[in-house]
Write a protein that binds this ligand. Structure first.
Ligand code: NAD
Length: 466
């Protein structure tokens, strides 16, 4: 069968691209070696957030006296938590497969190997067939990176894939890497009463985020008993009896911590292994596929999107947007998505979200900015929910008042960020943002306050000192 487009990988990049391509009239094949939905659905976003939801509910039950409630016999069952997670994943996965059928997209199960710009071999268990297509889209995603540290092959040292696969319920967990995966898993296990230690190579947690977010998160973690080691280089992991001991150098001094399980969360690398037949290749950098502004690789007719590309943002929604832009470009249409603003969300408690640039980044670029910050101790909804220290920070151009960036650490930050991403993408000004009536009582009132704080006019904050 000959197709207009063969998509390799059915994650949030590949499956979304395939559906949009079908909507645009293309005959599409999708090749997937594992489950539809990719890392995000099967081993990433959805499983983690499902387990986090249970852990947070458990923690709220344990600490409900503050709300005037009491519970007895409060506990959790890790196997049941995983069963619920598997059910949700299964339901969403079958939804994707149904959408494929509804859009007349053929799903090939097997490993895709690019034979040429117009052909992909699909290698299944004991079978092999060739899919011919006018264009090929690589959407193979990424895999956890594993550094050459002695002891990482010990049983009990896992990546997020391993920890999400089974009902592991360690009482002591050590996490290598204080990035997005590291802090989300720290939140999850700490909420369940597990003793958590984080070992991060750089000088703060979430080094790619606004500095104040990192500091606030560290403070909250410390208050909850999470042990955080920064500027710490892992030297080795050894088995000592039942325990795994991680030895590291922290700010030049030796340190160590023991745990039942170790989670390795130091980033992800492009998944290109075995993707090309002998004699076929595309240009890569540090193992990731290089693409031009239309997402075309150095091999004409072969495109790539998502985590597998060099220099991209490794987020599910970025992959989906790139997939849409790539196939719209193939169909000769202008992209319907604005790829310049990619919101980033972290599901700790309180949640963290950011879009656009921080004040520090603006300074580095030499851009004159004004910032507005609102600390949410005067936000009614924040007090009602008893949230930890929360804030909304906005960065505006000092020249024309346009919103350039937003950094949020507050309940529902991952939903609130959409309004701000839309404002940045559409060049809205502080004046325009302040003109909107936001409902009361809500967390989003903090947006109005932060906008007005940029001109010293926040209602629920003391006037700035003159
Ligand atoms: P990351 O890049 O966010 O963080 C990795 C961290 O590990 C960094 O802080 C880095 O300094 C540290 N590190 C690197 N080598 C180290 C070492 N040898 N010892 C100690 N620390 C070391 O990567 P991640 O947390 O593994 O996540 C992978 C990708 O998945 C990211 O791109 C992330 O955005 C994405 N992801 C997103 C979400 C979300 O959107 N909520 C959730 C999970 C993962």
């Amino acid at each position: 069968m000959r197709y207009d487009l063969a998509v390799i990988g059915a994650g949030p990049g590949g499956y979304v691209a395939a559906i949009r391509a079908a909507q645009l009239g293309m005959k599409v094949a999708v090749i997937e070696s594992r489950e539809a939905g990719g890392t995000c659905l099967n081993r990433g976003c959805i499983p983690t957030k499902t387990l986090l939801h249970s852990a947070e509910a458990f923690d709220r039950m344990r600490h409900c006296e503050a709300l005037g409630l009491s519970v007895s016999g409060c506990g959790y069952d890790m196997e049941k938590m995983h069963a619920r997670k598997n059910e949700i994943v299964g339901q969403l996965r079958s939804g994707i497969e149904q959408l494929f059928r509804a859009n007349k997209i053929d799903l090939y199960r097997g490993t895709g190997i690019i034979l040429s710009a117009g052909a992909v071999a699909v290698k299944g268990e004991g079978s092999e067939e060739t899919v011919e297509a006018g264009k090929i889209l690589i959407a193979t995603g990424s895999k956890p990176a594993v550094p050459p540290v002695p002891g990482l092959d010990l049983p009990g040292v896992l990546t997020s894939d391993g920890l999400l696969a089974g009902p592991a319920d360690p009482k002591r967990l050590l996490i290598i890497g204080g990035g997005v995966i590291g802090v989300e898993f720290a939140s999850l296990y700490q909420r369940l009463g597990c003793e958590v230690t984080i070992v991060e190579a750089l000088d703060r947690l979430l080094p790619n985020m606004d500095r104040e977010i990192s500091q606030n998160l560290s403070m909250i973690f410390k208050k909850r008993g999470v042990s955080v080691h920064t500027s710490a280089r892992v030297e080795e992991i050894v088995q000592e009896g039942e325990a795994l001991v991680c030895r590291f150098t922290e700010k030049g001094k030796p340190g160590e911590a023991a745990a039942e399980r170790i989670l390795l969360a130091i980033g992800r690398r492009a998944a290109t292994e075995g993707l090309f037949a002998e004699g076929v290749s595309v240009e890569t950098e540090r193992g990731a596929v290089k693409v031009n502004e239309r997402f075309e690789t150095s091999l004409p007719g072969v495109y790539a999107i998502g985590d597998v590309i060099f220099g991209g943002v490794q987020l599910a929604h970025a992959a989906s947007a790139e997939g849409i832009a790539a196939v719209e470009g193939m169909a000769g249409e202008a992209p319907s998505v604005n790829l310049s603003v990619v919101p980033s969300c972290i599901y700790t408690e309180p949640e963290i979200a950011s879009a656009g640039i921080t004040a520090d980044e603006a300074k580095q670029r030499g851009a004159a900015v004004k910032t507005g910050k609102f600390i949410m101790t005067a936000n009614g909804k924040t007090l009602i929910e008893g949230a930890d220290r929360s804030f909304v920070k906005l960065v505006f151009s000092a020249e024309d008042d346009r919103l350039l960036g937003a950094q949020l650490m507050c309940p529902r930050a991952t939903d609130l960020i959409s309004e701000l991403a839309a404002a940045i993408a559409n060049g809205l000004t502080g004046r325009q943002l302040a003109s909107v009536i936001r409902p009361h009582p809500t967390f989003c009132e903090a947006v109005t306050e932060a906008v007005e704080a940029a001109s010293g006019k926040a209602i629920h904050a003391a006037p700035p000192r003159r």
